[in-house]
Design a protein around this ligand. Structure first.
Ligand code: NAI
Length: 465
C-alpha cells in the first residue's frame, strides 16, 4: 500500500495540536492530526478546563440557590441537588465542543488519524489504533503536541476510585463526605471549591507555606482567607508521605511528623508532567530535559530536523491558550519563517468564586530581579457594580515600573477576574503605562472600573477609596 505523504503531521489533538492543524491547513499545507482519543480537544476539552468550568458554574448556581438568594429578596424553598443531571449537562457541554472540532477539521480539510502516534525515524509517523492495527505516514514537518499527564507522587497509589486525579474528580457519582486534596494549586482550589459547594467537607494539604505558588503573594493570602470562609480547610506546610486504603474503604493520607488525614476520596493535584511516553523521541535522537520537558529553540524546533514541539511538552506555563498561541506561531514559522508569542502577556486564571487572574510579573519576581516598581491597588468593595452584584470580595493590583510607568504585572482576585484580566493583557501587549490605563474611559458602572482605579492608585490618584 502507498504510504500517505503530508506536509504537516501534528501529534496530539488538544488545544495546541488541533489549532496548529487548522492553521496548517488554512496556510495550504496538506495536514493530518493524530489523536488517540475518539474525541478531539485533549485534556482541556475532555477532562480539564471545559468540564471543570461546567461543574464550577453548576455548583455555584446550586450554592447560590441554597444560600445566596434571600439577600436579593428571592425566596426559594426545597432546593435539591441532582448530581446526575449536573454531570449529564457537563458531558453535554463537552460533547458539543469536541464535536465542534471535528466540524472545524472537516471545514478546513485536516485529515483526522485516530490512534496513538509515534515517530519512527526522520519524517515517519506510525499511528496505532485501538485494535493494534498500524498505519505509517510520511511528514515533511511534525509538530509534537501531546500535552501532559498528572505527575505521580511517591507513596500515593492512584487507583482511580479512592485515590484519583482531576479526571475522576470531575465525575464522582456521589458527593464525597470528606475529600482530601493533595496540592493547593489551581486544580486543588477549583475542584476543592466544586465539591465543597456541593456539600463535601474538603481538606487541602499543601507542601509549601502558601497557596498558589507563583501567583502574587497578596492574592494568595486573600484567596486563603476567602476560601477558608467558604469552608475549605487548608493545612499548609505539610508533607504527604503516602496513602493507605483502610478496611472500611476510606483512605488514610500520611503526613510527615503529624497525624494522618482520613477521607473517603483523595484528589492528587500536585502538578503535571509532559506526555512523551511512547512518542518515539529516541528514534530521532530527542532527549528530554529536567522534569521531562522537550527542549526547543526560539522557533519551537527540537534537536531533530523537521520536528517541532509546543504546549505542555515544552517550557512555560501549562495553559491551553499558551499552547494555542504556540501552535499558531509554530505553523507561521514553518510556512513564513516567522511567528511570535508574547510570553510577557499570557494571562492565568483560577476559576474559583471569586476568580483569581494574573498577567505579567509578580512583586516577588520584580524584587528578586531588582526591578523598581510602584504598586496601585483597589478593592472591589469600592466599586458600584460589585456592590449591586453583591460580590464585594477581592481587589486588583497593578505593578508599574517606577521610572517608565510601564505596566509590568496585573493581579486580580474578585468577581469575573478572568474576564477583567483581558484588558490588562491587551494593555501589556501594547506596552501601556499605568497612566494609559488610568486615562482610558471605563463604562460606569462596570467591574472594569476597578482596574482603572488601581491604575490611578499607582500614582496615588484614585478617586473612590
Ligand atoms: P499546580 O502546580 O498548580 O499546584 C500543585 C501544588 O501542589 C503546588 O502548590 C505544590 O507546592 C503542591 N505540592 C507538590 N508536591 C506536594 C506534596 N508532596 N504534598 C503537598 N503538596 C504538594 O498543579 P495542579 O493544580 O495539579 O495543576 C496542574 C497544571 O494544570 C498546572 O500547570 C496548571 O497551570 C494547569 N491547570 C490550569 C488551570 C487553569 O488555568 N485554570 C486549571 C487546572 C489546571
Amino acid at each position: 500500500m502507498d504510504v500517505q505523504q503530508f506536509d504537516l503531521v501534528v501529534i496530539g489533538g488538544g488545544p495546541g495540536g488541533y489549532v496548529a492543524a487548522i492553521r496548517g491547513a488554512q496556510a495550504g499545507l496538506k495536514t493530518a492530526c493524530v489523536e488517540v482519543e475518539p474525541r478531539l480537544g485533549g485534556t482541556c476539552l475532555r477532562v480539564g478546563c471545559i468540564p471543570s468550568k461546567a461543574l464550577l458554574e453548576s455548583s455555584e448556581r446550586y450554592h447560590e440557590a441554597k444560600a445566596g438568594l434571600a439577600v436579593h429578596g428571592v425566596r426559594v424553598e426545597g432546593v435539591g441537588l441532582d448530581l446526575g443531571a449536573m454531570m449529564a449537562r457537563k458531558d453535554d457541554v463537552v460533547q458539543t465542543l469536541t464535536q465542534g472540532i471535528d466540524g472545524l477539521f472537516r471545514k478546513n480539510g485536516v485529515t483526522r488519524l485516530l490512534g496513538h502516534g509515534r515517530l519512527q525515524g526522520a519524517g515517519v509517523v506510525v499511528v496505532r489504533d485501538a485494535a493494534g492495527v498500524e498505519i505509517t505516514v510520511k511528514a515533511t514537518h511534525v509538530i509534537l503536541a501531546t500535552g501532559s499527564r498528572v505527575a505521580s507522587l511517591k507513596g500515593v497509589a492512584v487507583d482511580g476510585i479512592h485515590v484519583g486525579t482531576s479526571t475522576e474528580a470531575l465525575a464522582y457519582d456521589k458527593v464525597p463526605e470528606h475529600l482530601v486534596v493533595i496540592g493547593g494549586g489551581v486544580i486543588g482550589l477549583e475542584l476543592g471549591s466544586v465539591w465543597a459547594r456541593l456539600g463535601a467537607r474538603v481538606t487541602v494539604l499543601e507542601y509549601l507555606p502558601r497557596l498558589l505558588v507563583g501567583m502574587e503573594p497578596e492574592l494568595a493570602r486573600e484567596a486563603e482567607r476567602i476560601f477558608s470562609r467558604q469552608g475549605l480547610a487548608f493545612r499548609l506546610g505539610v508533607k504527604v508521605m503516602g496513602t493507605e486504603l483502610l478496611p472500611d474503604g476510606r483512605v488514610s493520607v500520611k503526613l510527615e511528623g503529624e497525624d494522618p488525614v482520613v477521607g473517603d476520596r483523595v484528589l492528587l493535584a500536585t502538578g503535571r508532567m509532559p506526555n512523551t511516553e511512547g512518542l518515539g523521541l529516541e528514534s530521532v535522537g530527542i532527549e528530554t530535559g529536567p522534569r521531562g520537558v522537550v527542549p526547543i529553540d526560539d522557533h519551537f524546533r527540537t534537536s531533530a530536523p523537521g520536528v517541532f514541539a509546543i504546549g505542555d511538552l515544552v517550557r512555560g506555563p501549562m495553559l491551553a491558550h499558551k499552547a494555542e498561541e504556540e501552535g499558531v506561531a509554530c505553523v507561521d514559522i514553518i510556512v513564513r519563517g516567522h511567528g511570535h508569542v508574547d510570553y510577557n502577556s499570557i494571562p492565568g486564571v483560577v476559576y474559583t468564586e471569586p476568580e483569581i487572574a494574573s498577567v505579567g510579573r509578580t512583586s516577588e519576581e520584580l524584587e528578586r530581579d531588582g526591578v523598581p516598581y510602584r504598586k496601585g491597588s483597589f478593592a472591589f468593595r469600592g466599586n458600584g457594580r460589585a456592590r449591586a452584584l453583591g460580590h464585594l470580595e477581592g481587589k486588583a493590583i497593578i505593578l508599574a515600573h517606577a521610572e517608565t510607568d510601564r505596566v509590568l504585572g496585573v493581579h486580580v482576585i474578585g468577581p469575573r477576574a478572568g474576564d477583567l484580566i483581558a484588558e490588562a493583557a491587551v494593555a501589556m501587549a501594547f506596552g501601556a503605562s499605568s497612566e494609559d490605563l488610568a486615562m482610558a474611559s471605563h463604562a460606569h458602572p462596570t467591574l472594569a472600573e476597578v482596574l482603572k482605579e488601581a491604575a490611578l492608585a499607582v500614582t496615588g490618584k484614585h478617586i473612590h477609596a
